[in-house]
Each structure stands twice: as C-alpha cells, then as structure tokens.
Design a protein around this ligand. Structure first.
Ligand SMILES: Cc1cc2nc3c(=O)[nH]c(=O)nc-3n(C[C@H](O)[C@H](O)[C@H](O)COP(=O)(O)OP(=O)(O)OC[C@H]3O[C@@H](n4cnc5c(N)ncnc54)[C@H](O)[C@@H]3O)c2cc1C
Length: 317
C-alpha cells in the first residue's frame, strides 16, 4: 500500500523504486545477514544515509541468473571479485550517498548452487561505475559496475556461501510484489486524471464521457485495475504470512508482476489517447508514467516471459 501510494504521487515510479529496493533487499539482508553485517549496513539504510540495491544482471543477460559469471575467489579472509554487472539501479545514488549492492557472484561450480551473495560497498577500490542513459525512469540512475580485483572482507558475505541464488529468489519475490504495487498506484492516479478529463472535455458538442466507446473503455480499465490490485494485495498478504504460503509465494509474486505492469500499460495508453495531443506532451505528465512503466514491462525485477516460466512450471508440475 505504501508503494502504491508513493507511485500515485510520482507516476514515473522512481521514488517507489527507491522505496522497494531498500525494503526488499533490506529485508533479505536482515533475514540472512550476520549480526555484524546487519548492524554495519542496515542502520544507515533505514536512516536514509546509505543506498542499498541488488546487482545480479550482467551484460550477457539477466534472466538466466544461474549462469552468471562475475567471480569471487577467497584469498586470506577476503573475496577478490572480478567481472561486470549491468543495468543496475541506484549506482550513482550509492556512489553519492554511500552504500552498495547485494551482489551475486560465483564462488563455486557451475549453475545456481555455485552462487553467493556479497554486500559490496560501491566505493571499494577497484570498482568503476558508469551511468546508462535509458528511456527515462527519471529520478534514479541505472548503470554499469565493473569489478577489477575488488577485495571485500569475508564478513560482507550474506548468509552461507553458495546459497546466494536462494536468497536472491526470496528477495525477488518481495521486490516483484512491490513493483506490481507501484505499477497499480501509478496507473490508478493516471486513470483518475483520465476520468476527470473525459468528464470535462467536449467534442462534437458532448462530453467525452457521454461517448459510449470511451465510457465503456473506462469501465473496462477500472475493472481490470481492480482485478490486478486484488491479486497484488493477495500476494502481499501471502508474504506477510510467509511460513504458511512459502510454496505458493513464487507463483503469486510472479502473477502480480506479470499482470500489474501490463494492466497499467493498458490504462496509461488509453488515458494518453483520451487526452489527445495534450496527452503526448510533457505538460500532461502521462508520458512520464509510460516511460517509468516500460522498465517493468522490459525487465526490471524480471522479464514477463520469466514470470510466465515461473507460473507455468508451478501449475504444470
Ligand atoms: C530500468 C531497469 C532497472 C534495472 N535494475 C536492475 C538492478 O537494480 N539490478 C539488477 O540486477 N538488474 C536490474 N535490471 C536488469 C533486469 O533484471 C533485466 O533486464 C532482466 O532480468 C532481464 O534480463 P535482460 O535484460 O538481460 O534480458 P534477457 O535475459 O537477455 O532476455 C531478453 C528477452 O528474452 C526473453 N527470455 C529470456 N529467457 C527466456 C525464456 N527462457 N523463455 C522465454 N523468453 C525468454 C525475456 O523475456 C526478454 O524479453 C534493470 C533493468 C531495467 C530495465
């Protein structure tokens, strides 16, 4: 509900992204991290001094997490990290504010059982960061992190070695529900704007709302948004009762992430068209919602086909 409300006020969802990254990955650090690591990192994240994000995706691909290549070799109490992460949210914020990313690295053999999660402060020696200009989810940066013999103390390992894949999947379950909530909030606010507009705007001597083609479209979008919201709330509720629903959570969070961005896209597209030429301008702000939303249709927190993969595997097993 908080993610939804934040996105209602910021259609691009940039502020909601800050909120959901800190919350979902902060939660994972709290759940699996050592007492020492939690003390060192979480207090500053909770107080807003430091940024905390997730670094999983690599230039060779993001969907196939199990085959990531960035390596971490243990040498005398330190992990020596080499490799590259791409399209990572908050790289510039972490650099400016301080903080870092829960970073997925290969510490063991091939596949998902050889992956660990290490908290890597972004200002560590050997790291270079660059910004990627994207379509425009404004307000939070996306970028590349390069690791060249970056030495990280072993106390920054989250949980156990070679269990990082499982911690990441747990984190994605939470982040996906929060992303879905943000999409609902943004679409909700834009639909409200649209309903207001069609009640006032006239064409051919009648209000747009009195044209049945537009009124029916509004009715459908309103209904679909409510359906998506209820699925998101159910998924969020399951996460609040994690122990009881642990077997169902991956499927539900994938369903929420599958449906919320697509529903939001339908809403935003229609409202933009109701607004006519004004909808296409920067003044109307609707295009900023579409730019933010596209990041979730494309891939942030998992591509749509990957959501379908998770759901189909679950219902067909
Ligand atoms: C704005 C933004 C912010 C991001 N922030 C972060 C971040 O903070 N941290 C992070 O780690 N990553 C981040 N990402 C990356 C995101 O996690 C990836 O985009 C996502 O995992 C998909 O990976 P990819 O882009 O490499 O696409 P690919 O994995 O190369 O996939 C390309 C296409 O192929 C499809 N595809 C792939 N595999 C299959 C399959 N088995 N079956 C059917 N279709 C398939 C996908 O659906 C997709 O359409 C961000 C991305 C964006 C756009």
């Amino acid at each position: 509900m908080a993610a939804e409300e934040i996105a209602r006020a910021d259609f691009t969802m940039a502020t909601a992204v800050f909120f959901l990254l800190e919350n979902s990955w902060g939660y994972i650090l709290d759940k699996y991290g050592s007492e020492e690591l939690r003390k060192e990192v979480l207090h500053k994240v909770a107080s807003g001094e430091n940024f905390l994000g997730i670094a999983s995706t690599e230039p060779s691909g993001g969907s196939d997490v199990a085959n990531l290549e960035t390596s971490a070799k243990k040498e005398g109490g330190k992990y020596v990290i080499n490799g590259e992460k791409a399209y990572i949210s908050g790289v510039m914020e972490a650099k400016e504010m301080g903080g870092g990313h829960l970073t997925l690295v290969r510490t063991g053999g091939k596949g998902h059982k050889g992956i660990s999660m290490i908290y890597v402060p972004i200002n560590s020696e050997g790291i270079t960061v660059s910004r990627i200009e994207n379509m425009g989810r404004m307000g939070i940066s996306t970028g590349i992190i390069k690791y060249d013999n970056v030495k990280i103390d072993e106390k920054f390992l989250v949980g156990e070695e070679n269990k990082g894949f499982y911690y990441a999947m747990d984190g994605f379950n939470h982040a996906r529900v929060l992303v879905a909530s943000a999409c609902i909030g943004s679409a909700e606010a834009i639909l409200e704007e649209g309903l207001k507009y069609i009640k006032e705007r006239e064409a051919f001597g009648v209000k747009l709302k009195d044209l049945q083609s537009i009124a029916f479209e509004a009715a459908e979008l309103y209904t679909k948004l409510e359906m998506a919201r209820l699925l998101v709330y159910k998924s969020a509720w399951m996460l609040d009762h994690e122990e009881k629903y642990k077997d169902e959570i991956p499927k539900f969070s994938a369903m929420a992430k599958l449906i919320a961005p697509q529903t939001a896209f339908d809403v935003i597209k229609s409202v933009m068209i109701w607004f006519g030429a004004y909808g296409y301008t920067k003044d109307a702000l609707i295009e900023s919602g579409m730019r933010g939303l596209m990041s979730y249709l494309v891939g942030a927190e998992g591509a749509l086909n990957i959501m379908k993969l998770i759901i189909s595997k679950e219902i067909l097993k």
